[in-house]
Write a new protein. Structure first.
Lengths: 233, 227
């Protein structure tokens, strides 16, 4: 498969030429269907004989518990939270993503550095600083951004949870005292940030307002092409 | 680096040096001196914020850390203290004393193979101190003080994660030697005030206080004066 590139530099001890797997990232807000589609894709890829590794944010055993505690208390400054998430990300990068890529797996990432960067930038972090922190992340072979309209997002969120998540509503950002308004404004800001990043990082924006089977077929078609492309070279 | 370099009414003084160089003793004495004179002063140590401490301890104990996450976890801790305490105090016109600062990360994590540019950009939010004292001690003397006084070396402190030697004392020697080289390369880059750490403690302290008096108009920081 393709030799992996990094955005700027790579972590100590990593030889990029040894990373033979493929890294496919699914980005999108909560309730956009990321985990459903990752489940379907995993099954499909394994049927075709690809070994699959799933990774996501906030799953490392190094700091996940502390991160959860910090979010509950909401006592960390935005930059501390950024760096906490970055620690968590690199822990998974070095302990899961890179070993899996080295072993030739298809790595399906349930969100990646772009979500982390968008959240920080929306909260006022300098984009150049945020990008420099994540400069050691491998460049994915493909990034699919599941774009969902606010209306669909609200419908799906209420169907699933009957309430809005504090962080996904950006309640820490002071956008509105009204939870629903804050959710809409925050999600719009995140979407705008993704659109800004899209041109820089080359995402494929996928319409995720569609039914599960329609989106599934679309994603599979795109991933088929990615795998064909990476296997030839 | 721009974010860290805006004008602030407070002053930042940091001490750096190898383990055993006596820097903590010196900054402690500076703290006592400034407090007793009635100046607005605050003291902070590397790796001390409570929330992050837990993760660091866990990571260190289980040896889960790579050079990158080791560095990031310390940067997280530093950012927590910087934004919660140091920066507000600097804005309020305090003298902030730091036992170790970002240069500790540049030196140690640099030895561990982290990219120097990546480290410096990550700490780009932090202000370069008004005075950075570097307590310079020949390697053998620093090693002697530590290896005599505290034979129980810790895994990461000794750089055991680098696989330099199976013998922890030998690993510590090699690691400290490399850390010293990194510090010396930063003397010019960041304009360290180099102190001769072989001198008597009291002699060093007199010199340190003189440097501070020469470089900072202490009268502005008296509790009676409002910034």
């Amino acid at each position: 498969m393709s030799p992996q590139r990094f955005y700027n530099i790579w972590p100590p001890g990593v030889d990029p030429s040894k990373l033979t797997g493929a890294l496919i990232v699914i980005e999108g807000p909560d309730s956009s269907g990321r985990s459903t589609h990752i489940g379907l894709l995993t099954q499909w890829l394994e049927e075709q004989g690809y070994a699959v590794a799933q990774v996501g944010l906030k799953r490392s055993n190094l700091v996940a518990a502390e991160l959860e505690k910090a979010k509950q208390g909401n006592i960390l400054s935005p930059r501390t939270l950024s760096l906490f998430y970055a620690t968590d990300f690199y822990d998974q990068l070095e302990n899961q993503i890179i070993p899996a890529l080295r072993a030739g797996f298809v790595v399906l990432a349930d969100r990646y550095i772009y979500t982390l960067m968008a959240r920080d930038i929306v909260r006022g972090a300098e984009p150049a600083w945020v990008e420099s922190v994540y400069a050691m992340a491998p460049v994915p072979d493909a990034v699919f951004y599941l774009m969902v309209s606010s209306k669909t997002l609200v419908d799906r969120t209420f169907q699933a949870h009957a309430e809005l998540d504090y962080w996904e509503s950006g309640m820490d950002c002071g956008l509105s005292r009204d939870w629903f308004q804050s959710f809409l404004r925050y999600q719009r800001k995140i979407r705008q940030e993704f659109v800004r990043m899209q041109s820089k990082y080359g995402f494929e924006v996928v319409n995720a307002n569609r039914s599960i089977p329609a989106l599934d077929a679309d994603l599979k078609g795109r991933i088929q092409q990615v795998l064909a492309r990476t296997e030839k070279t | 680096m721009t974010a860290g370099q805006e004008h602030l009414p407070g002053k930042l003084i940091a001490v750096e040096g190898l383990d055993g160089s006596g820097k903590s003793t010196q900054i402690h004495l500076v703290h006592q001196w400034l407090k007793s004179k009635g100046y607005r002063v605050f003291f902070t140590e590397w790796n001390s914020s409570s929330l992050v401490k837990e993760a660091t301890r866990k990571g260190k104990k289980r040896q889960l850390l790579t050079p990158t996450t080791f560095s990031l976890i310390h940067a997280t801790d530093f950012a927590d203290r910087y934004e919660r305490q140091m920066l507000p105090l600097l804005r309020a016109g305090y003298i902030v004393l730091c036992d170790r600062y970002m240069f500790t990360s540049f030196a140690r994590d640099g030895v561990r193979g982290c990219d120097p540019g990546w480290l410096r950009r990550m700490y780009g939010f932090a202000r370069v101190p008004d005075i950075t004292f570097f307590f310079r001690l020949p390697l053998e003397m620093a090693l002697g003080r530590i290896l005599e006084g505290r034979p129980q070396l810790k895994y990461f402190e000794a750089g055991m994660d680098l696989g330099l030697s199976a013998d922890i004392a030998e690993s510590f020697r090699i690691f400290q030697g490399r850390v010293l080289d990194q510090y010396l390369a930063m003397v010019q880059e960041y304009g360290f005030t180099v102190m001769d750490a072989t001198l008597a403690v009291h002699t060093q302290q007199k010199l340190v206080r003189r440097v501070i008096q020469d470089r900072i108009d202490l009268a502005l920081y008296h509790k009676r004066v409002f910034p």
